[in-house]
Design a protein around this ligand. Sequence first.
Ligand SMILES: *Cc1c(COP(=O)(O)O)cnc(C)c1O
Length: 439
Amino acid sequence: MPTSGNAAWLARSRAAVWHPCTQMKLHETLPLVPVARASGPWLYDFDGRRYLDAVSSWWVNLFGHGHPGINAAIGAQLAELEHVMLAGFTHRPVIELSERLAALAPGRLGHCFYGSDGASAVEIALKMSFHYWRNRDRPAKTGFVSVEHGYHGETLGALAVTDVALFRDVYAPLLRDGIIAPSPDARLAAPGASARDHALGAAAALETLFAECHTSVAALIVEPLVQGATGMAMYDPAYLVRVRELCTRYDVHLIADEIMTGYGRTGTMFACEQAKIVPDFLCLSKGITGGYLPLSVVLTTDEVYAAFYDDDPARGFLHSHSYTGNALACRAALTVLDLFRDEDVLARNRDRASRLDALAQPLAAHGKVRNFRHLGMIWAFEVASARPDFSRWFFAEALARELLLRPIGNTVYWMPPYVLDDAEMALLAERTLEIVACA
Ligand SMILES: *Cc1c(COP(=O)(O)O)cnc(C)c1O
């Protein structure tokens, strides 16, 4: 057996590492990619091949790999404090990060509660909402409404509000029943109806649902503007405007899961801004540390915070994770916010996105491409292909062309880090087109 190079590493990985979101037997035929190092948008394997990370390493990497500013900030933090428990203790990075997030978030979401990953942020928001109503003497409000085809993570609480069959069905006996509201996904619009008509129809159905059951509902959880994991389903902001009105009218909390859509992904810092709405809970993770370290946060209002503020410990929010508010992660997150402020990232992304969109036009016009869509720094389309193993086939073809692309079913998407230059964008567009042409 070789002792260096890809082959040695992938054999050892298959033996010892149980990889996520993977049927491990598949790796008998589909090789793993052992990554030796990375720089900017490029990953390099042990055989010296490179891959353009066009999905931002599962949607987390905003400014490329090995970013000098984030590297330096983590190094500086390491010299001062790597971690301290956040119960009874506090530190500068977590305080500064909380202040800056509260200032950036829409409305007045001035209280930050930390977790370590997206699913734990969702669990926190769900538990907090439930506990809020209990503390406010409305103990019947225990239910959650979620949106058809929504994704909120895979721990049991988050999975209970997730509607993606592949992840959910096996575990259904473990999950608490919830209520699923129709999807505003523009692709589901009836012939002749606009995206906006369809979104308003979905909101009207939600109203009927709330009218029937709001007395037992604590919160509605949504992915603002784009339902990511189901296949980049995009919808009209009119849905969110109506949803906000309905939640207010029916005394239901609105949880905005911006774990994927936050941090400029949809063109604004937070997707909620495009509908000019303020949720009761805002969940953030993924891009928060620029893809460096696990961290998540739930921002909420004075109103929610006040419901827990009491002499009775049991009325407090006693939830905790060991690494809550990790100092290195918070320092990386502060540096990410510095980059947004100092480098005019949103404006530069608008420019970058219009160039990539222009390069993507031949792809959008291709006979096998359906529903080509684009919002901010996300592009997606379905490929009309009869291949039964389309996503695996596409993934392998992409790797052979120096691209990391991981379709969801027949949906191909780009979610690149915010650093691609013109040559990299051209390479991405041209090679994706090449693969589509033989699909
Ligand atoms: C990824 C994701 C999550 C879960 O985050 P993890 O860090 O993978 O647990 C939740 N909600 C949305 C919208 C996501 O995209």
